[in-house]
Write a protein that binds this ligand. Structure first.
Ligand code: ADP
Length: 186
């Protein structure tokens, strides 16, 4: 099972991704988590990425592609994986397809779209801002991230739609309800 989770910031990709990890026993690769870990560790890459992330912009393609390629090449990813937060634009999606060919892996099985309306997304992220204090969960940055999502990432529904791989899941409900909906489509 090689799954991509698609959805706006705050649509629940991280949470559902963790549940899929437990259910299918395959690793989750989250570029956002990897970048935040690099920021925390104070690496060169982390220092470069932080300002871009705090502004709600996309980190350079070559950086996130490098992160994913490194991780997908590890043994535990051979039996499948869940991608959370990658690909985020068409160039990343095209590179991922080529990367899987190069690694001798089958293509993506499904792109799961967690559908949540913009107003709900904003409410959730503002709530998360209070609880977790992430530097990019401020109202103006949140709006910018949603705009970036709509402009850059939303078109991937078309990209994977043309490959017949998109399944849409209603992202409103309890964590377990949404998880059951996802599993029913896979
Ligand atoms: P969210 O989906 O809640 O915005 P993520 O944790 O997926 O959060 O990403 C946080 C930030 O990390 C993004 O706003 C962006 O700056 C950066 N990032 C994560 N994944 C990518 C990616 N695939 N391409 C470019 N930038 C990325």
């Amino acid at each position: 099972m090689r799954i991509i989770l698609l959805g706006a910031p705050g649509s629940g990709k991280g949470t559902q991704g963790e549940k899929l990890v437990a259910h299918y026993g395959i690793p989750k690769i989250s570029t956002g988590d990897a970048l935040r870990a690099a920021v925390k560790a104070g690496t060169e890459l982390g220092r470069k990425a932080k300002a871009v992330m705090d502004a709600g912009q996309l980190v350079a393609n070559e950086i996130v592609i490098g992160i994913v390629e490194e991780r997908l090449g590890q043994d535990d990813a051979k039996k499948g994986f869940i991608l959370d937060g990658f690909p985020r634009n068409t160039a990343q999606a095209e590179t991922l397809d080529a990367m899987l060919v190069r690694l001798g892996q089958p293509g993506i099985s499904r792109a799961v779209h967690l559908a949540v309306a913009d107003e709900e997304i904003i409410a959730r992220l503002l709530d998360r801002a209070q609880k977790e204090g992430r530097d990019d969960d401020k109202e103006d940055v949140i709006r910018h991230r949603i705009n970036v999502y709509n402009a850059e990432t939303h078109p991937l529904l078309d990209y994977y739609g043309k490959q017949g791989k998109v399944v849409a899941v209603d992202g409103i409900g309890t964590m377990d309800q949404i998880f059951d909906r996802i599993v029913a489509t896979l």
